[in-house]
Design a binder for this molecule. Sequence first.
Ligand SMILES: [Fe+2]
Ligand SMILES: [Fe+2]
Length: 300
Amino acid sequence: MAAPVTEWVNVTDDQFIVAQQSGEVWLHVPNGSSPAGNPFARPMTGAGSPGSTINLLDAAINLGFSKIEKRAAHPEPNLVGYIVALVGAYHTSVDTPRNLRRAAKRFEDLGRPEVAAYLEERAREETGHDRLALKDLRALGVPGERLVANFIPAGLKPLCQRFDDLCAQDYPIGSIGYSYCLERIAALKGQADIEKVQAICPAGVDATRFLRSHSALGSEASHVAETIEFVASLPADDRIAVVRETYQSAAIMAEGYNRELLKSEAEMMEEIDQALGTELWGDARASAAQAGTHPASMTL
Ligand SMILES: [Fe+2]
Ligand SMILES: [Fe+2]
């Protein structure tokens, strides 16, 4: 009988994630620098298994997110923050198919048709998702095209840049780690999260198209499952690179959240107004303030 699979990856100089096929996973921090004292000093070379690979990937996300501030991890939803999130959703989606196809082409040239086919499939699945965010913005009475053309939330820029850079690399395997990170986090959102957002939107407005499709209710859960199967089938060097990038992307995302999600509504509104060159919802804001209602409901 084959021995159960153990996989490990050093995600930072002194932090190793170790995962077993049985589902056990732990963080190994070697004591001292002697390689003899560290059974995981040499990179893994064996085959992967879905049971261990999922835990490596998820532990990488958790580690990357370990520096997120509590308040940013569980923000109280508000409509202005949701608009900023939709702008972010647009920017993380708009170039995805083109970027993934670029990476696929590279793997085709490198003689790795199975990786190219996987990335092509992802590119097809992600096509049109930027439009969902624009439709949601429009539903909220926000001129979405104008806003996204002039505004990319500062905390999100490094993440978007990261994906562009990964897909342009000579060996763009890290693009899979980045995508896993984003899709896995999206797939954690469920019905209750969608209802929370619906509750802050004006009654009768459907502004959760993007959120629904990027949640456990949409296609993300199956994307995540397919990615785990695929990553587990890759050679050890590729799995190591994917897990490291999953960690890096999560760390960049957490830093961005710390920056964006702690802003006040007034600060966010100011950024939106500046990008639009005019006050969002214009006069409705003043009348709403007087009437004690939400400006969005008066513009729709
Ligand atoms: Fe998407
Ligand atoms: Fe997806």
